[in-house]
Design a protein around this ligand. Structure first.
Ligand code: SAM
Ligand code: SF4
Length: 474
């Protein structure tokens, strides 16, 4: 449904900045939690309603009290009740690290003259994608610095190129983007290439802190970045991802900033963000930041649980910036997507001889460098279904997170069987050693929980996969 503020008789807030720091600080400073209020807020979320800023502030201010455990338990229950045990897997592919900006926290910043600059050639993109396909990847996020070389036309070209690369049984079925904000025309160009999600992180929602970290280049303009996903929506991209870089400013402010951004997109476009990301700053080349706003592991775990409860319908993305033990715990609080087999050095997926290692072409250091196979192995050990599903997006069922969340039976009818089918493909094409056995056991266990009709259709499709058919879904 197209948004028409005049019909609703409300002010048109599209493309308008929507963060009021004093409102957010007032909520942080003056919202008092008590047991009953916290329990009411958790119950509202478990009833599948998005929380208001004030309700989110109640949760935030309970951190440090014995209510924090109830918040984590609430997030776990929500995940189990609504989303079940699927975890979608993806990998980032860094296309180019040229950059005109000077973000103090990033190894790609223009002033970092020690960074070796590189943009993958088409041939190198092909080699990288083939190597990713050889590992079993089906979903990528392409990442770019901000530079005139990375025009909307160039980004669109790389997206189409990636979709066209097919090695053996391998293919990339969903290409997401993390790149600089564009104007409406630019978003249209990239959207027309068939992208999945366009992801842009605000880094910090606090305007003064933002100015302090962004020393030059186009990214210095806080409002242009804040309204970027409005322009994406205006250009017809309704699948957008938001995020904040935790460690730049007070984590409580950023959580409320993310919820405010969600409210804004919902109010203006009838659709909230598809995903929320919550990266923490990691060490990067010549990084020289103090740790005044360091988000501790403990606060990090709580903030993920709070985000899960605050926006119960959104996908939550947890990346290899975090170490395996942190990922293992945080995943329980409602994460829906993780990366596996991640490499950030440009050109390193296809670099079997390690010739590209330590060439100072990576944006920051990751803490989980396990292979995709190892990540999948651990997911299976912990009773998750690793999924490469891309069905909704290709069936035109956009807003799938919202459907999963709001349409009764949707997960059991579509998501779980599709996760099972993509896992079956992975086992047949890329499974090694014990993973094969473990994988089929997890599949059997989860088929047993489906409705009999769906279970038999799923079994029938698995037999077709074993016989060589690919890309079967509901
Ligand atoms: N250049 C584009 C931009 O800045 O939006 C897109 C790509 S940028 C390479 C992707 C994200 O990496 C940034 O939005 C930022 O949140 C994150 N990032 C930058 N430096 C980081 C660091 N030292 N540790 C963790 N994440 C970082
Ligand atoms: Fe460039 Fe993005 Fe890094 Fe900023 S975060 S320096 S814009 S690559």
């Amino acid at each position: 449904m197209k948004f028409s503020p005049e019909k609703l008789n409300i002010p048109d807030q599209r493309m308008k900045p929507f963060i009021d720091p004093s409102e957010i600080w007032d909520l942080i400073n003056n919202t008092k939690p008590d047991k009953a209020a916290v329990r009411d807020v958790i119950a509202k979320s478990l009833d599948k309603q998005r929380l208001t800023l004030r309700e989110t502030a109640i949760l935030i201010n309970s951190v440090g009290t014995d209510l924090a455990d109830e918040i984590k338990e609430g997030a776990k229950t929500l995940k189990e009740k609504v989303y079940g045990n699927r975890i979608v897997l993806f990998a980032p592919l860094y296309v180019g690290n040229r950059c005109i900006n000077n973000c103090k926290y990033c190894g790609f910043r223009a002033s970092n003259t020690g960074a070796v600059r590189k943009t993958l050639s088409d041939q190198e993109i092909i080699m990288e994608v083939e190597a990713l396909e050889d590992n079993g990847q089906k979903r990528l996020i392409l990442v770019y610095g901000e530079h005139p070389d990375y025009s909307p036309e160039y980004i669109a070209h790389t997206v189409k190129l990636v979709y066209s690369i097919k090695k053996g049984p391998g293919e990339i079925r969903r290409v997401n983007i993390n790149a600089a904000p564009l104007d409406i025309e630019g978003f249209r160009t990239v959207g027309a290439a068939g992208i999945g999600t366009y992801q842009i992180f605000q880094e910090t929602y606090h305007p003064e802190a933002y100015t302090w970290y962004h020393l030059g280049g186009k990214k210095r303009d806080y409002e242009y970045r804040l309204t970027a996903l409005d322009r994406a929506q205006e250009a017809g991209i309704d699948d957008v991802g938001i995020g904040a870089l935790f460690g730049l400013y007070d984590w409580r402010f950023e959580v409320l900033g993310l919820v405010r951004h969600t409210n804004h997109l919902e109010a203006c476009y009838n659709v909230g963000p598809h995903t929320i990301s919550f990266p923490r700053i990691k060490d990067a080349m010549s990084l020289n930041l103090d740790n005044k706003y360091e988000t501790t592991d403990d606060d990090f775990k709580k903030l993920v649980a709070i985000l899960r409860l605050a926006v119960p319908y959104t996908g939550l993305i947890l990346t290899a910036r975090e170490a395996p033990d942190v990922r293992r715990e945080v995943m329980q609080y409602g994460v829906s997507q993780i990366d596996g087999g991640t490499k950030l050095e440009l050109g390193s997926y296809s670099d079997t001889k390690n010739e590209n290692q330590n060439l100072n072409r990576e944006q920051f250091k990751i803490n989980d460098s396990r292979s995709l196979a190892d990540v999948i192995d651990e997911l299976l050990d912990n009773d998750y279904i690793p999924s490469f599903c891309t069905s909704c997006y290709r069936m035109g069922r956009t807003g799938e997170h919202f459907m999963e969340f709001s349409v009764p039976g949707f997960i059991k009818r579509f998501c779980t069987p599709n996760a099972i089918l993509t896992l079956s493909e992975y086992i047949c094409d890329y499974g090694r050693g014990e993973t094969i056995d473990k994988g089929w056991k997890v599949i059997e266990k989860n088929i047993a929980k489906l409705e009999p009709g769906v279970a038999s259709q799923t079994r029938e499709k698995i037999e077709r996969i074993k016989a060589g058919e690919r890309d079967l879904y509901f």
